[in-house]
Write a protein that binds this ligand. Structure first.
Ligand code: SF4
Length: 310
């Protein structure tokens, strides 16, 4: 029997910019793969986020990460494809999800880190409300591909403290080819501006862990140096125009997972390519944040999706 929360779900889903209109309340699956169930694939302490979220890799505490199943994007190189596109996950209730949040807090998590949760936005809000009422005090990190509607970002105001958001592409053509989302650049820019409006400048605790703010990630793709440069120029312009500081996180770890090779992304980024991207970030003054070392292209970044903690 399905574990359903149909009262919370829309009959014509527009939770994400796809606005695919699936009748989620009636159990219909959307483009993202989600139906009327809440599917979670893993809930555990995670040590591979930016240091201001998860500490050093040897930090015993880490970030309390919950991986949700399904995704509103369809990236051909997704490193989490078993859960994002192949349906791995366990159906749970929002009450159970609230219990998981509290358990991660008990386990010592520095924050609660919700990975790709938008397709379950109504249930996630309900779970956060229940958990807060029962004593959850951790900062909530919303870990997203950046493909969010303004309505979704606004609906999370007061629930989310830290936006950990991607800015994947500046080019609609690349966004279409690699993630089936031609409108990604415009959507991601509008969403980021709203996130900045809601959270303001970064705020840290006494140990240097982020409590509030926005981190923008950009994963440099092989053969796409010019687009990475344009993404960085876009970020610099947003920072200038909004006047709100944020952290940027430049990532070199691209590994040709999933269908990447079929789409011409069958190799890692070269040192020369990555150097050009880093140089542009430095030229633009986007140095408040992180720049991954080129040697970080390792598969340990992908945790096993074995339903741990669910
Ligand atoms: S969240 Fe899923 S079901 Fe809803 S509009 Fe987006 S793709 Fe469709």
């Amino acid at each position: 029997m399905k574990v359903g929360v149909r009262m919370l779900l829309p009959h014509h889903c527009t939770l994400c910019p796809r606005a695919c209109g699936a009748d989620r309340a009636a159990g219909q699956s959307g483009f993202c793969g989600a139906d009327d169930r809440l599917l979670v694939a893993r809930a555990a302490l995670h040590h591979w986020e930016e240091p201001c979220l998860s500490g050093a890799p040897e930090d015993a505490r880490g970030s309390g990460t919950v991986f949700f199943s399904g995704c509103t994007l369809r990236c051909c190189y997704c490193q989490n494809s078993p859960i994002s596109q192949q349906g791995v996950g366990k159906a749970i209730t929002p009450e159970r999800l609230a219990g998981i949040f509290l358990r991660l807090q008990q386990d010592g998590a520095r924050n609660l880190n919700l990975v790709t949760a938008t397709q379950y936005l109504p249930q996630v809000r309900q779970a956060l409300e229940s958990a807060r009422a029962a004593g959850l005090t951790l900062p909530v990190v919303y870990n997203t591909g950046g493909y969010e509607t303004l309505a979704a970002v606004k609906a999370l105001d007061g629930y989310v403290d830290i936006w950990l958001t991607d800015f994947k592409y500046a080019s609609p053509e690349l966004a279409e080819r690699y993630s089936a989302a031609r409108n990604y650049p415009a959507v991601a820019e509008a969403a980021l501006r709203q996130m900045l409006r809601q959270t303001g400048a970064p705020v840290y605790d006494a140990e240097g862990f982020l409590q509030r703010g926005v981190i923008v990630r950009h994963l440099a793709l092989p053969g796409c140096v010019q687009d990475s440069r344009t993404v960085l120029q876009t970020l610099a312009r947003i920072r200038r125009e909004t006047g709100v500081p944020f952290l940027s996180s430049l990532m070199s770890q691209f590994t040709p997972f999933y269908k990447a090779a079929e789409y011409g992304l069958g190799r890692r980024i070269t040192t020369y390519e990555y150097r050009k991207v880093v140089d542009e970030a430095v030229r633009l003054g986007l140095t408040d944040g992180y720049m991954q070392e080129k040697s970080s292209a390792r598969e340990e970044y992908t945790p096993p999706f074995d339903l741990e903690g669910v």
